[in-house]
Design a protein around this ligand. Structure first.
Ligand code: AHR
Ligand code: AHR
Length: 494
């Protein structure tokens, strides 16, 4: 039998709700035909799909990143304001599409207000200019009698939008990015963008463009921009058709966070930087099926299976365990493109990955704890280097079969465990002991017939949440976690 022992005083830190952030990009059917579908019977007067809004609401996203992604590096935001019918339709070179510009800054802010989420705008540092970035901040946040603030008013928005989070470009290290650059060039440019943006509104918070957290790019950018930014970003997607590689891959993200955090600490120490710099893990997900050129044109409509939901829950465990280093994380993306919500013109279904997200959002508490987990381990074989490169997994383990995060509320009355049983074939029975009397225990389980099962329009609940009560005994409770499952256990302490 496995053992999970929780010391209610062994705190890691506070869980920032912003780890449950989202991301929408002008990409395939994420925005057009996803969240925004003018003329659809399912859309409201603003063009927002109400079924999509209703599916997103339970995710209580604290912040939403927009408009890209790769898209932003060729995006001129001024094309997307003013009367919709007069906006220019342009070639979109990141995803080889056409951009109608009918969804722009005002629509994005309206969408954020509707969802109760804070906007996070990533600027164009690929083909965009310092002037455009300056004007964007002023259009959104300006309170003076200036052209840009007045243009916002003219477009019907008297009050400033107070957009707090601004990203300094997207993945500019990559050859696929319009206007890609070397790290040194990016740092030099970034300093000037940051300067004018902060001069325009000193209250904004800036996010420097990171890679995987530990690359030479990250080191150079952190060292160069640390005095000016509040967060440094990491993007890592994982995924593999091989079950064990898929479910263990998020450990790569955990290592990235630790190394990136060390780079940040080193820069802060060397440069005597007093302000904190957190990691904004502002694109994460499982993404490996839809990566060809054709898939990209088709809008990367990944169909998620149960094994992806397991990996997904491990990402959430990682963010909780590393909460002192990661105040912000943005799931990429929200609808249709590598997304938890999948639409067609007449409806939607929830992909497998939706369920762990919704459970964690609902049940994760404010204080992360560091439990002791004793269980079987599994190692990956080491002789498959090509596959390793392809799957971009550098760890071979041994990995614990159970991946666990634990949180409690401030008062110590509620404890939530998020447990992924990654064993493909075996159930694991585990004791959970929290050292204080448990009055009730509820388990919410995400599972399905086998790890490859998916939800579809025909079978939308093939993978869903099942709830059951557990019977506590004193300060402990025993629970059997089925093979390939995610279980969120909520304990009330007396
Ligand atoms: O989320 C899909 C893409 O992944 C984003 O556009 C880009 O930033 C990343 O490469
Ligand atoms: O596939 C090309 C790039 O590789 C993606 O845009 C990025 O997410 C990844 O690092």
């Amino acid at each position: 039998m496995a053992r999970i022992t929780v010391d209610l005083d062994r705190q890691i830190g506070r869980v920032d709700r912003r780890i449950f952030g989202g991301f929408i990009e002008h990409l395939g059917r994420c925005i057009y035909g996803g969240i925004f579908d003018e003329g659809s019977a399912l859309a409201d007067a603003r063009g927002f799909r109400t079924d999509v809004l209703n599916a997103l609401r339970p995710l209580k996203m604290p912040m939403l990143r927009w408009p890209g992604g790769n898209f932003v590096s060729g995006y001129h935001w001024i094309d997307g304001i003013g009367p919709r019918d007069e906006r220019p339709r342009k070639s979109e070179l990141a995803w080889l599409a056409e951009e109608s510009n009918r969804f722009g800054t005002d629509e994005f802010i309206e969408y954020c207000r509707e969802l109760g989420t804070d906007p996070y705008i990533c600027i164009n540092m690929g083909t965009g200019t310092i002037d455009e970035a300056q004007a964007w901040v002023e259009y959104c946040n300006g309170t003076g009698n200036t052209y840009w603030a007045n243009l916002r008013r003219k477009n019907g928005h008297d009050e400033p939008y107070n957009v707090r989070y601004w990203g300094l470009g997207n993945e500019l290290y990559g050859g696929w990015q319009l206007g890609a650059s070397t790290a040194d060039d990016y740092v030099n440019k970034g300093r000037e963008f940051a300067k004018v943006m902060k001069l325009t509104d000193p209250s904004i918070e800036l996010i420097s463009c990171g890679q995987n957290g530990w690359s030479d790019w990250d080191r150079a950018v952190i060292n160069g921009l640390a005095p000016l930014v509040d967060y440094h970003s990491i993007h890592i997607y994982t995924g593999s058709a091989d079950y064990y590689r898929n479910v263990f891959a998020p450990h790569q993200a955990e290592r990235a966070i630790r190394i990136c955090s060390a780079l940040i600490e080193q820069a802060r120490y060397n440069q005597r930087i007093a302000h904190p710099i957190g990691i904004a893990y502002d694109e994460w997900n499982i993404w490996y099926r839809t990566r060809s050129a054709d898939d990209r044109k088709a809008g990367i409509e990944e169909q998620y299976d149960l094994s992806d939901a397991l990996a997904f829950a491990s990402y959430l465990n990682v963010f909780i365990r590393e909460c002192k280093k990661v105040p912000i994380a943005n799931l990429a993306q929200m609808v249709n493109a590598i997304a938890p919500v999948f639409t067609n013109p007449s409806g939607l279904f929830l992909q497998t990955i939706y369920h762990p997200l919704q459970l964690y959002v609902e049940h994760a508490q404010d204080v992360a704890l560091d439990p002791t987990v004793v269980c079987e381990t599994i190692s990956l074989d080491s002789d498959d280097e090509a596959a390793q490169r392809q799957h971009r997994i550098a760890d071979l383990g041994p990995f614990k079969v159970l991946d666990v995060s634990v949180t409690r509320d401030e008062a110590g009355r509620t404890v939530t465990l998020g447990i992924v049983n990654r064993h493909r074939d075996d159930a694991v029975t585990t004791s959970v002991n929290v050292g204080a009397a448990i009055s009730s225990a509820v388990a919410y389980e995400v599972n399905g017939d086998d790890p490859t099962v998916r939800n579809t329009f025909e079978r939308p609940d093939a993978v869903a949440v099942k709830q059951r009560s557990l019977t506590p005994a004193g300060s402990g409770v025993e629970v059997t976690l089925p093979a390939h499952s995610v279980t969120v256990i909520r304990l009330s302490l007396s």
